[in-house]
Design a protein. Structure first.
Length: 250
């Protein structure tokens, strides 16, 4: 991304903590307004702990986010024969660091459907560690491919209400980036359907969730990761330099 393309622009991010997206936007010159709308909490049941204690029974461990990777990676390190799969490169990097080895399967596009496609040639018993609000796209898709699947809640996303200062800052923003469907839900539940003029979704699944909740998505990142999200925001608000962005068609 060209340097300072977002100079003078104010962009809202909503993840539970500042991360690579905030850094990329700031490096492009944006004034990043970080308003966490969810907190990440442990699951309420012990299904994950039970499954991790029995990892020898699984052929695959599949994670769908960095939070899931953080919660299962150490256990995977003790089972070197267990094959690993992650929904995207950023999630894979977290899992690799925690597990101490490379992830076996990462799809080229960061969606559950693409992860199913990447795993379709394989088989076995898979433990899917996911958020409490995850839909069944991944688990059902793996079952359809012949996997035996145990899907467990690795963490919960709990809504956080923004302060009045944060709400005032949001009102001045030029754009907002959504990196997950849970972030969309948290926005609508806490703020409603009012948004800055530019609304960028990390991928089609998040865009669909946003539009289902009544948000007008203006752009979808062509590359479904945080780098793609930052690039899409720069294309929408900054100086165009030919970087790929997929505008939503009505």
């Amino acid at each position: 991304m060209a340097a300072r393309r977002l100079a003078g622009r104010r962009v809202v991010t909503t993840r539970d903590r500042r991360g690579r997206l905030d850094g990329l936007l700031a490096a492009a010159g944006a004034d990043v307004i970080h308003v966490p709308l969810i907190s990440i909490e442990p699951p309420l049941d012990d299904h994950l702990a039970v499954a991790l204690a029995d990892l020898d029974a699984f052929d695959w461990l599949v994670v769908t986010s960095r939070h899931g990777a953080e919660r299962v990676g150490a256990a995977a390190a003790a089972h070197p024969e267990l094959r690993l799969a992650a929904v995207g490169s950023a999630t894979a990097a977290v899992l690799e660091e925690a597990a101490g080895r490379a992830v076996d399967v990462v799809p080229p596009r960061q969606t559950g459907a693409d992860l199913v496609a990447a795993l379709a040639a394989h088989a076995g018993r898979a433990l899917v560690a996911q958020a409490d609000r995850a839909d069944d796209t991944l688990a059902a898709g793996l079952v359809a491919c012949g996997f035996v699947v145990d899907a467990v809640t690795a963490y919960r996303t709990v809504q956080r209400s923004p302060t009045w200062r944060e709400r005032a800052a949001i009102a001045t923003a030029d754009g907002v980036g959504f990196a997950s469907g849970s972030a969309v839900d948290a926005w609508v539940d806490a703020i409603g359907t009012d948004t800055p003029p530019v609304v960028v979704a990390i991928g089609p699944t998040t865009a669909a969730a946003a539009m289902h909740r009544g948000l007008e998505v203006t752009h979808v990142a062509a590359d479904h990761d945080v780098e793609g999200l930052a690039t899409a925001m720069a294309d929408a608000l900054g100086v165009t330099d030919g970087l790929a962005v997929e505008a939503v068609r009505s």
